[in-house]
Design a protein around this ligand. Structure first.
Ligand code: R1P
Ligand code: URA
Length: 237
């Protein structure tokens, strides 16, 4: 039975779904990392695939950009397709001076200017946090791959082009590692539905220093992040 936004049948998704923002990235992941792959949804071109990573069934599907889009897909995957774990695999802009382009960031928490989680809590603040088991598996997988993951708080911004004066300075002063646009929404949906989530991000550019990655570097760091996310999927109960 399809949902308004996903055309898959019950049982088409694996227990764990990797979600990049870009649906074409989902296709790249499916084509390059999964065996026995089949497309399970393509409504609105938001492509989704299910296959195997080694012995582990894994799905991958685009989330689109921003908390509203991620929230729709995550909610339907958790509540209609028995998905238990979502691993967001995305890009982010570095904020902290401790963070460099190509670094892997694991979002332990996600602050936001979005009101979605306050809506859930009738106006109260909500600490949007990753599932600890997924976080630990992701950090372990990154270390095993020889990377030094940065683990901490990111900011999920409603606006990519944010007009607030001193916006990045304020985030930096509060220890925010990086800015992106979905993690706080994903963590809110996971909490609401009693499911699990983590966000692993590669730093594509540094919004404070102005450093950026070449297309090749972006591709390499994305591949490293994918391996980390897939290993975490394979090693989380
Ligand atoms: O690379 P993805 O996963 O799309 O993530 C980042 O890139 C998009 C903005 O360019 C936003 O979705 C942001 O969160
Ligand atoms: O949301 C994002 C993603 C990458 N870089 C940014 O500056 N913002």
């Amino acid at each position: 039975m399809a949902t308004p936004h996903i055309s898959a049948e019950p049982g088409d998704f694996a227990d764990t779904v990797l979600m990049p923002g870009d649906p074409l990235r989902a296709k790249v992941i499916a084509d390059n990392y999964l065996d026995d792959v089949r497309e399970v949804t393509n409504t609105r071109n938001m492509l989704g695939y299910t296959g195997r990573y080694g012995d582990t069934p894994v799905s991958v599907m685009g989330s689109g950009m921003g908390i509203p889009s991620m929230s729709i897909y995550a909610f339907e995957l958790y509540t209609q397709y028995e998905v238990e774990k979502i691993i967001r695999v995305g890009t982010c802009g570095g904020i902290s001076p401790a963070v460099k382009v190509r670094d892997i960031i694991v979002a332990m928490g996600a602050s936001t200017d979005s009101s979605v989680n306050r809506t859930r809590l009738d106006g109260d603040d909500f600490a949007a946090i990753a599932d600890y088991g997924l976080l630990e598996a992701t950090v372990n997988a990154a270390r095993a791959a020889g990377a030094t993951p940065r683990v901490g708080n990111v900011f999920s911004s409603e606006l990519f082009y944010n007009p607030r004066a001193n916006f990045f300075d304020t985030l930096k002063a509060h220890g925010i590692l990086a800015v992106e646009m979905e993690a706080a929404g994903l963590y809110g949906v996971a909490a609401e539905t009693g499911k699990r989530a983590v966000s692993v991000l590669t730093v594509s550019d540094h919004v404070v220093t102005g450093a950026s990655t070449s297309a090749d570097e972006r591709q390499n760091s994305f591949q490293e992040m994918m391996q980390v996310a897939l290993e975490a999927a394979a090693h989380t109960n």
